[in-house]
Design a binder for this molecule. Structure first.
Ligand code: PLP
Ligand code: COI
Length: 357
């Protein structure tokens, strides 16, 4: 396992919260495991990482991340598989995306192996926190933020990398109602939409709130220039099935988060011989396809969301209903295979599973 962490210190809590957890009732992101990892960046170098009891931070009021948003994060999940092994799904891809987010946000690149070793070390220490019920997992949240106490605009010289984990159940508990957003924009070309940076989520809150008021769980973002092409949803990439073929917006522009779940869906599609296309998709293609029955499935793909079936798409004041969930063979097969790979009941054909213990 750990190759770069010979300087890691571990201080274990003397006050574990483990037996206070209501395992039958785990709201997403509200229950925190016993430990966290902290690693500072200063004087041009990553300092020694430390695993500490989970605790609050003390911050200078001028901490630059708070003012100017140099802040990035990742989301990945650990599972206890059927052999009681502790495994993480594709963490190498998160390590790569994290490093790319660092670059875009002018933050020091975290070496991918160091990211991986830090994640594995923390999950190893809190492995008792991984729920074992089907559909549950340990959500891992690595993040990096600027810590200079300086209010001028420039890249910070000091940063804090941290990881904490949360035992979680489903992010969405029901099929989704989503609304095609034509007024507000998540990301424009040349912007930071491809990076997993905090401000992208802050910018989405107001339009999402308006969508919620109209009865939608999520928005489907469209391109900033013409609002003509589908991009992604708030917490997940978006995938459709048209005439038996998977279609999903391509990541060629820098406005879409390159999702690891969506990539896995496409790789499984290739494995099963299901045709797929990554390309520009016009909103009208989706609406017309629902009307004429050629679009038979729509779902979100994301780490928190997993494979989240979309039931209704709202567009210009009208709701368009997709076929019932029982008819959705392609997404059901892919979802079941992904779950099986994580649980160890399906062979890990692509080597996606990273074993911690
Ligand atoms: N798009 C956005 C905006 C997200 O927040 C996420 C979640 O991480 C995704 C897509 C899906 O990415 P992944 O499958 O890597 O979790
Ligand atoms: C994830 O799926 O990991 C996300 O980051 C989505 C959301 C919880 C912000």
């Amino acid at each position: 396992m750990s190759t770069t962490l010979n300087n890691l210190s571990v201080t274990r809590t003397s006050d574990s919260k483990l037996n206070q957890v209501d395992w039958e009732n785990l709201p997403f992101g509200r229950v925190f495991s016993d430990h966290m990892l902290v690693m500072d960046y200063k004087d041009g170098a990553w300092q020694a990482p430390a695993i500490l009891p989970f605790q609050n931070l003390q911050l200078h009021p001028a901490t630059s991340a708070i003012h100017y948003g140099q802040s990035i994060f990742e989301g990945l999940k650990a599972y206890k598989n059927q052999n009681d092994e502790v495994v993480i799904f594709r963490p190498q891809s998160n390590a790569k995306r994290f490093r790319e987010s660092c670059l875009r946000m002018c933050m020091p690149e975290l070496p991918e192996e160091l990211f991986l070793d830090c994640v594995a070390a923390l999950v190893g220490v809190d492995s008792n926190w991984i729920p074992s019920q089907p559909g549950y997992s340990l959500y891992i949240r690595p993040f990096l933020f600027a810590t200079d106490d300086f209010i001028g605009i420039k890249p910070s010289e000091s940063y804090k990398f941290m990881i904490f984990t949360c035992p979680v159940g489903a992010y969405y508990s029901q099929p989704l109602r989503v609304k095609i957003e034509e007024r507000y924009t998540r990301a424009a070309e040349g912007g930071v939409g491809r990076a997993k940076t905090a401000g992208n989520y802050a910018a989405s809150l107001y339009p999402a709130k308006l969508g919620n008021k109209e009865g939608y769980h999520q928005l489907v973002w469209t391109d900033a220039k013409e609002h003509k092409y589908v991009e992604e949803s708030g917490t997940m990439n978006i995938v459709f099935v048209k005439n038996g073929k998977i279609i999903t917006p391509s990541e060629e522009s820098d406005t879409i988060l390159p999702g690891i779940t969506k990539r896995s869906v496409l790789e499984l599609a290739a494995h099963f011989g299901i045709p797929f296309e990554e390309r520009k998709i016009e909103v009208t293609e989706i609406i017309d396809g629902i009307k004429d029955g050629s679009i038979t499935d729509a779902f979100g793909a994301g780490t928190a969301a997993t494979i989240a079936p979309i039931q209704t798409i709202g567009f210009r004041g009208q709701d368009y209903e997709l076929p019932s969930l029982e008819t959705r063979e392609i997404s059901s097969k892919i979802h079941a295979t992904l779950d099986g790979i994580k649980a160890g009941t399906h062979s890990d054909v692509f080597n996606w599973i990273y074993k911690v213990i």
